[in-house]
Structures are given as C-alpha cells and as structure tokens.
Write a protein that binds this ligand. Structure first.
Ligand SMILES: NC(=O)c1ccc[n+]([C@@H]2O[C@H](COP(=O)([O-])OP(=O)(O)OC[C@H]3O[C@@H](n4cnc5c(N)ncnc54)[C@H](OP(=O)(O)O)[C@@H]3O)[C@@H](O)[C@H]2O)c1
Length: 316
C-alpha cells in the first residue's frame, strides 16, 4: 500500500468529506504538520511508496520537508510525482479553476525544475498526470524524447490515467518505444469495485513489466460510509453486509478487493486522517475470497456512468 497526497496538500479536493476532515485548518503550516503526522503514521505502518503531483497544492513541498526533517534514507522509500497540471486554486477551497492541464514541453521543463527543488534525488517515478489521447501527449515527440533522456539517466517514467478513455490511452502507451525501449515503466490508474473495466489491460501491463499503481480505490469516498446518497443506498447496504460478514469496515473491504487482484503492485490509500489510514490498513487482514469478488462484481457501473458521477463531485 502507498499513500497519496491529493487530499493532504491543499485546502480543496473532490473527495466527499474533505472539508469535514480538515475542518477549516487550512493554514499552510498547520496543513504541513498534519501531512507530516499522516506520513509518520504511514511510514511506521510499513508504507514505503508516496504519491504526489505538482498540482496537489503544496503536496510535493510538504513531502520534501518531511523527507528531510525525518532524514529518511533514499533506500527506504519510493517517491512518485506527476507533471502536467498546474495548481491554480490559490490556497482556496472554491476556485474557478483548481488546476490547469497542459502536457507541452515548456510545462514539463518548468515543472521538472519545481519537482527537483522539492524532491531532488528522492524522486523515483515521474508520471504524466492524467494522460489522455485528447491531451495529445503520446504524440508529442519533443516531450517523449525529453522523458526518455530522464529514463536513460535512471528515472522511471510513468503515466496516470483518468476517464472513460483509460483503456485506449494505456494501449497506446504500451506501444511507445524510444531508442528501441519502452518509455513507460509505471501506470497509475483507477480500478475499484464500481469501475473495474481496466482490469484485463492492467494485467497485460503488469505482465509486460510495468508497475501498476491503483488510485481511487474508494471511488473518491463514494465507497465509504460518508456516501449517504440515496441512489447509492442499496449498494451501500450490500457493502456493509459483506463487511460485517468479513468482520471489517466497508472501506477496508473495498481496498481488499483491489489488493486481491494479482496484477496490482501498489494500491494508494488516499487517507486524509490517521484514523482513515489505520482503517485502510485493515484491508490486509480481510480474508477475501473469489466468492467475495463475485458478489462485489454486482456493484460495478458502466464506465460512462461511473465517470459521469465522478465529474459531479464537488470541490470541498
Ligand atoms: N489522475 C491522477 O493521477 C490521480 C487522480 C486521483 C487520485 N490520484 C492519487 O491517488 C490517491 C488516492 O486517490 P483518492 O484520494 O481518490 O482515493 P480513494 O481511496 O478513492 O478516496 C480516499 C478518500 O476516501 C475517504 N476515506 C478513506 N478511508 C476512509 C475511511 N476509513 N472512512 C471514511 N472515509 C474514508 C477519504 O475521503 P473523505 O473523508 O474526504 O471523504 C479519503 O480522502 C490520491 O491521493 C492521489 O495520490 C491520482
């Protein structure tokens, strides 16, 4: 299990109970201290992969200060970040634009410098943030060649995916070779019990030697007890029932469903609090069997329905 900093690095995010978790404690120093506490708890529990991005507010900065303050050895941790979105919310919960996407070479060059200033040699994997066919990044030879230079210097290059086009983008990425070698060695994608459609292709990527990192395992909180939407009530009741049978929480159950996939290398916990993190870690103790997987498969939505609901989540 890894820890993702999307909800920890900035005052606003789309996870359902984000504002309740942070409850107005938005001063940068307070948020930094809180992020350090969650990172301490994660490290103590054995988590050794941390995911951040240029667009997660001060996520990279908070992670960098934690790594230096705690004098974490580079051999003891793997760090991934992403470039391609610029944070534009100005430390506000509500903003007209929270982040702006641009996968061009000048943005890469600018964000590379910023990531280096925050994370330096700790950076192990640099992902293109939410690559899509529409963003055109997989056709931009100038960007791909620049990424290959860093790959040749020992950095792992990855891409993260989002939306109904996850599969088409990953198929294309698997074919990108520069100087005769695959460019991408890591993919970060959404797979959860509501949106499992990418599973077969992620298995292919894993078998081809890519690291597979799963994000949004709890569907941005839609699979948690925080989701009291009436339309979700039946699915929630089924999750709760199954969790009770397996003597766990519905959140740990949903994470266990991800951990049970043989092609998963890392599942990200998106915990905003230490309590959520402790609960997420219970996923390792869930005696998850094929029968549970078959039952939970009944909860899946069509990708179009899933991504439609995700796009309705409000920044809070
Ligand atoms: N395109 C991309 O590359 C991309 C996109 C999204 C995420 N990511 C990465 O993936 C990481 C994880 O994504 P995510 O945050 O969307 O993950 P998630 O697992 O789908 O959602 C995490 C959220 O679920 C809620 N939660 C977790 N445990 C809970 C518990 N025990 N009880 C109640 N609520 C609980 C919390 O939200 P609330 O309490 O706030 O409701 C938490 O912020 C991110 O941090 C980021 O690093 C990458």
């Amino acid at each position: 299990m890894g820890l993702g900093l999307a909800a920890l690095g900035r005052p606003g995010y789309i996870n359902i109970g984000h504002s309740r978790d942070l409850s107005g404690r938005y001063a940068p120093a307070t948020m930094e201290e809180h992020t350090h506490e969650v990172l301490d708890a994660a490290f103590l529990a054995g988590i050794r992969y941390v995911d951040t991005a240029r667009s997660y507010g001060r996520g990279e900065e908070f992670l960098g200060s934690w790594l230096h303050d705690r004098d974490i050895s580079k051999a003891d941790i793997s760090i991934g970040s992403k470039w391609g979105y610029t944070y534009t919310a100005n430390w506000q919960v509500k903003a007209e634009h929270h982040e702006v996407k641009d996968h061009s070479l000048p943005v890469f060059q600018q964000q590379w410098k910023e990531t280096q200033a925050n994370l330096g040699d700790y950076l192990g994997v640099y992902h293109i943030h939410s690559a899509t066919l529409e963003s055109g990044v997989l056709d931009r030879q100038d960007v791909l060649k620049q990424l290959a230079i860093h790959r040749n210097n020992g950095l792992y290059i990855g891409l993260s995916l989002s939306g109904t086009g996850q599969a088409d983008t990953l198929k294309k990425a698997l074919d990108v070779h520069i100087d005769g070698f695959p460019l991408f060695s890591s993919v970060q994608a959404t797979w959860n019990i509501l949106e499992p459609s990418l599973g077969p292709l992620l298995a292919e990527a894993h078998n081809a030697g890519m690291g597979v990192i799963i994000k949004e395992a709890l569907a941005n909180g839609r699979l948690t007890s925080r989701n009291v939407n009436k339309e979700f009530a039946d699915k929630r009741a089924m999750l709760e029932e199954e969790a009770t049978i397996l003597e766990t929480s519905q959140e740990a159950l949903a994470l266990a469903a991800v951990l049970a996939q043989p092609w998963v290398d890392v599942v990200l916990s998106g915990a905003t609090t230490q309590d959520q993190l402790s609960d997420n870690l219970r996923a390792f103790d869930v005696p998850f069997a094929q029968a549970d997987q078959d039952k939970l498969a009944l909860l899946s939505e069509t990708p179009a329905a899933y991504w439609g609901k995700r796009s309705e989540l409000l920044w809070n």
